[in-house]
Design a protein. Structure first.
Length: 344
């Protein structure tokens, strides 16, 4: 039978979301009906909210949930499982099953993965991964994209024991990159940001040196700290200007300079590509959720992935517009998460 859901919808005025109560259809063979615990609020969603999109749109690319029902062909999860929502599909061999939803204005449209900003969601099982029930479900909400993408950057760069790392930008992705680099064995981790509050969090997740400097001044200081150049530099992009990027100047020969950003629109992806081209960066390999998430869960269990420090702001569905405005203005220090009360 259909499932009633209360969801955040971008419906017309850019920069403002509305809350609608919708009826979700029964799951198709490869779909699951989910009850959301929490969902990440990323800069990629800010891009979607502020720029022209095909509307209406339900934002939200990552989160945690409980399985309420499954389609006849679902094998990845079962009813009452706790699961992770990720935009990185795990089965390219078949076409994604997308639910068709009718919105308040009578528009019927397919909802793209993942659409996690709501109380409930129907999602193809290839965007779902079961996780242990004992996890902090609010903190774990950022595993599906923010932490996963940061881990992919660290893996692609080949960060290992004793390496030196510089991370420019200490919002959610930057903090996750610092934590992942430390977990992978880096012993010198230099965090660069203009805000002291972000640098305090950076230290709590493993940074060994923090620099509250401009990119140019930070590069000069890094050259003093690591005269031969760092092994890896991560430019954790959430502002897509091409000027004042650190580039490869402070990276040793044969080291890695990488742009780490997850754009929410084609326009922002083009801007990121321009940054990569002008700065000589490389991009991370796409995450492979089935391979990478178990490693993140192991690090979480070992205490090497401090999600409770990275997630610094929580809000309700009703506070979503306030939260997105705060994220855009830089008032959210780390990662933001929407905590969802279930409909009963």
């Amino acid at each position: 039978m259909p499932t009633t859901a209360r969801v955040v919808v971008l419906e017309g005025d850019f920069g403002v979301c509305a809350i609608q109560e919708l009826e979700l259809p029964d799951p198709r063979p490869h779909q699951a009906v989910l009850e959301i615990y929490a969902a990440g609020i990323e800069h990629g969603q800010i891009h979607q909210i502020e720029e022209s999109q095909t509307l209406p749109l339900i934002p939200g690319r990552e989160g945690t949930a409980r399985v309420l029902a499954v389609g006849s062909e679902v094998t990845r999860c079962k009813v009452d499982d706790v699961v992770l929502i990720t935009p990185w599909g795990t089965d390219a061999s078949r076409e994604v099953e997308l639910p068709v939803v009718e919105f308040d204005d009578g528009t019927e449209t397919e909802v793209s993965p993942a659409g996690a900003w709501g109380t409930n969601l129907i999602l193809d099982e290839q965007f779902i991964l079961p996780i242990p029930n004992l996890l902090d479900k609010e903190g774990a909400a950022i595993l599906g994209n923010t932490a996963l993408f940061a881990f992919s950057a660290v893996r692609t760069a080949g960060v290992g024991e004793g390496d030196s790392v510089a991370v420019f930008g200490c919002a959610g992705v930057g903090l996750s990159t610092i934590a992942a680099a430390v977990a992978a064995g880096a012993t010198t981790v230099i965090a660069v940001a203009r805000e002291d509050e972000r640098l305090e969090v950076a230290r709590s997740v493993g940074a060994t040196e923090t620099l509250s400097l401009s990119s140019t001044a930070a590069m000069e200081r890094i050259a003093e700290l690591v005269p031969l150049g760092v092994d890896h530099l991560f430019d954790c992009v959430y502002e897509f200007e091409t000027s004042s990027r650190p580039g490869q100047e402070t990276v040793r020969d044969a080291g890695t300079a990488m742009a780490v950003g997850s754009p929410g629109t084609e326009e922002r992806q083009e801007q990121l590509d321009a940054i990569v081209a002008s700065s000589g960066y490389v991009l991370p390999d796409p995450p492979i959720a089935e391979r990478d998430i178990p490693i993140l869960l192991q690090w979480l269990g070992d205490g090497r992935l401090p999600l409770s420090d990275i997630v610094t702001f929580r809000c309700t569905i009703e506070q979503v517009n306030e939260a997105t405005q705060m994220l855009e203005s830089g008032d959210v220090v780390g990662q933001a998460v929407m905590v969802v009360e279930p409909l009963r």
